[in-house]
Design a binder for this molecule. Structure first.
Ligand code: GLN
Length: 466
């Protein structure tokens, strides 16, 4: 069920939050044995929080859409008193002494945390296979990956184990698994949502955001987690619209640019076919499809992997075996690879050739978006160039895995918001449509996504067996 449906049941007292939470916990127990989306389930916390939600609902005070509704958090979001591992063995016993702002926000409206969700170790990956604990499965085909790094979050929502979850996105980790699992994933503008309490991957790129069953739900969750936070020096003080208010505004006369670089080589023809059908739908709805260009598309992956790895190498220096329990031997292979890449790119003698150069090209990528947005309202493309792949297909070839991020890293480098919505299927496998807007245009972005969603029924199709 969507958040909206559950909210109306709670409000009209057809069900209490405690009952809903018990049902959710039973469902998780069953469903999780199939998809392995959760790293930990938190029944005590959930039932306690549900009690508070029921008290608020009974008091007849204004309740928020999220009050009393269960949710899950990707395990890089720190939660006071609840183990937070970042899917790494190095943090196996880490119980944070404080909570991330996004979790505090959800607690303040009496949301109900039912568990922590699997991901790639420290959010490094595109398949969730880099988790040190379990392999999360794609609910649409249990032999395939759910995408990553927020694979547990996307799989849990797709399999109906939670109505919504939060993920984090440094180079696509909310949007790509949402595409692979046929759910809605939003990466907000850099600075819109607080990063305080996210275990960082790349600080200049990271954003937390909602993974939901519908665009309306995405707007509702963004309403609660967005906003200025004095604890995050990069969070931005800017008016916060009610994102769910004007969703049905429509897209008539708005311009949707398809970058000519997006349909070049490297895109699976099956993905391309579904995407072109989706863009036809946008045209039917009155949107104008035009060609645009992001000339530095080809540079985005190398630039991202240099900048992100450089940030990783400084971030992960804190795991020195003194401040946090375990020694560095407990890092997985992908984490070690990125620490080495980043350390190399930042070393004296190489800094100018790698990090500095990448930072300069990043600025050009930013300018590419600004130039494009002078002529179009949105940029559209497939979220992922490839379909959900089988376990083991890419994990031993890091370059192949990195190429899966082709369409999602440019937005993080430029800081602009983007959403993945269910865009169709190819041979039963989901394909996401990605819509990108300019900085702080989440409202307009959600309106466009909503128009597409309401005119299609892909979001209503659910995987079998859950
Ligand atoms: N797949 C990308 C990477 O491996 C993105 C990860 C993310 O957004 N957290 O870095």
């Amino acid at each position: 069920m969507t958040i909206k449906e559950l909210h109306s049941k709670l409000k009209t007292k057809q069900i209490s939050s405690s009952e809903l939470t018990k049902e959710a916990l039973e469902k998780i127990e069953k469903g999780n044995s199939k998809v392995a989306a959760f790293l930990s389930i938190t029944p005590e916390v959930a039932l306690e929080q549900a009690k508070h939600a029921d008290a608020l609902i009974a008091s007849e005070k204004e309740v928020c859409w999220l009050t009393g509704i269960p949710f899950g958090l990707k395990d890089v979001i720190v939660t006071e008193g609840i183990t937070t591992t970042a899917a790494s063995k190095i943090l196996e016993d880490f119980t944070p002494p404080y909570s991330a702002t996004v979790y505090e926000n959800l607690k303040s409206v009496k949301g109900v945390l039912v568990g922590k969700l699997n991901c790639d170790e420290f959010a490094m990956g595109a398949s969730t296979e880099n988790s040190a604990y379990v392999k999360t499965k794609n609910p649409w085909d249990l032999e395939r990956v759910p995408g990553g790094s927020s694979g547990g979050s996307a799989a849990a929502v797709s399999a109906g184990l939670v109505p919504y979850a939060l993920g984090t996105d440094t180079g696509g980790s909310i949007r790509q698994p949402s595409s692979f699992c046929s759910v809605v994933g939003l990466k907000p503008t850099y600075g819109r949502v607080s990063r305080y309490g996210l275990i960082p991957l790349g600080n200049s790129l990271d954003q937390a955001g909602p993974i939901t069953n519908s665009v309306e739900d995405s707007a509702v969750v963004l309403n609660i987690i967005a906003g200025f936070d004095p604890k995050d020096s990069t969070s931005v003080k800017k008016d916060l619209p009610d994102y769910s208010k004007n969703l049905s505004k429509g897209i008539k006369e708005l311009k949707f640019g398809i970058p000519k670089e997006y349909l070049a080589e490297g895109v699976d023809p099956k993905v391309k076919e579904v995407f072109l059908r989706a863009s036809k739908k946008i045209e039917d709805l009155g949107g104008k499809i035009v060609e645009t260009s992001l000339p530095r598309s080809e540079q985005a992956i190398p630039v991202y992997y240099i900048i992100m790895s450089s940030e990783v190498s400084t971030n992960l220096a804190r795991y020195d075996g003194i401040r946090f329990g375990k020694s560095r031997d407990f890092f997985g292979p992908e984490t070690k690879r990125r620490i080495m890449l980043g350390t190399y790119a930042l070393s004296s003698g190489y800094y100018d050739a790698y990090y500095l150069k990448a930072a300069k090209v990043r600025q050009l990528i930013f300018e590419d978006f600004q130039n494009a947005f002078e002529k179009v309202d949105f940029i559209i493309g497939p979220t992922s160039p490839i379909l959900p792949f089988k376990f083991g297909e890419r994990v031993d070839n890091p370059l192949q895995m990195y190429l899966a991020d082709l369409f999602t890293v440019p937005q993080n480098l430029a800081g602009v918001p983007a959403i993945s919505v269910p865009g169709g299927f190819s041979e039963g496998l989901p394909v996401g449509l990605q819509i990108t807007a300019n900085h702080f245009e989440e409202e307009k972005l959600l309106q466009a996504a909503y128009a597409f969603e309401q005119a299609t029924d892909f979001h209503k199709q659910k995987p079998e067996g859950f």
